[in-house]
Ligand binder design. Structure first.
Ligand code: AMP
Length: 212
């Protein structure tokens, strides 16, 4: 399985990719997670990425190509991969196509996780990670029992630095202007599948499996 998950910030790409990676046993490659690791490591590159991410802007395409080509050269991707958060521009989509053609491993599909813009805002502003369990929660949508379980285990509800309203607004604008063309790119290639990504996580997952 070689797929790309597309969708606006908050469309649930990461959540669904985590489920799929466990079921299908192919690596989940999230460029956002890779960049956050670089930020946490405090490298010079990480410091530059931090300010770009906090502004809700995109890390330049040439840097992203370097990161993704190194990752796709690793041994664990030989049986496939789930790309989450890449490509995010038309140029990245072209770069990925060239890279995968060179490896003779073309994509099977690009799956668009389709969610209404109003719901995205609540998903993003309400999103938290439990510091004790690492579980993703949402203060608007998660059952109170799950939130209480985190707090009573001594956990805190941590908000991502780029999940504040101003950055979220920028990230959604960037998605519209720079990433929506990627959806068209895959539609023209006949590789696009669209999944209704609203509602319950497990129901969305079943629809994702059916689309694949
Ligand atoms: P994510 O966790 O996928 O929402 O990514 C968080 C942030 O990392 C984005 O808002 C961008 O600043 C940066 N980022 C992640 N993936 C890419 C990419 N493919 N191209 C450029 N910037 C990226």
């Amino acid at each position: 399985m070689r797929i790309v998950l597309l969708g606006a910030p908050g469309s649930g790409k990461g959540t669904q990719a985590k489920k799929l990676t466990e079921d299908k046993r192919v690596p989940h490659i999230s460029t956002g997670d890779m960049l956050r690791a670089a930020v946490a490591a405090g490298t010079r590159f990480g410091q530059r990425a931090k300010s770009i991410m906090e502004a809700g802007q995109l890390v330049p395409d040439d840097i992203m190509l370097g990161i993704i080509s190194e990752r796709l050269a690793e041994a664990d991707v030989k049986d496939g991969f789930i790309l989450d958060g890449f490509p995010r521009t038309r140029q990245q989509a072209l770069d990925l196509e060239e890279l995968l053609d060179g490896l003779e491993q073309p994509l099977d599909a690009a799956v668009l996780m389709d969610v209404d813009f109003d719901i995205l805002m609540k998903r993003l502003t309400g999103r938290r990670t439990c510091s004790a369990s690492g579980k993703l929660l949402n203060v608007y949508f998660s059952p109170q029992a799950e939130i209480d379980a985190c707090l009573s285990a001594g956990g805190e509800l941590i908000q991502r630095e780029d999940d504040n309203e101003e950055t979220i607004g920028n990230r959604l604008d960037v998605y519209r202007s720079q990433t929506e063309p990627v959806v068209e790119f895959y539609r023209k290639r006949g590789k696009l599948k669209t999944v209704d990504a609203e509602g319950d996580i497990d129901a969305v997952y079943q629809r994702l499996l059916a689309a694949l």
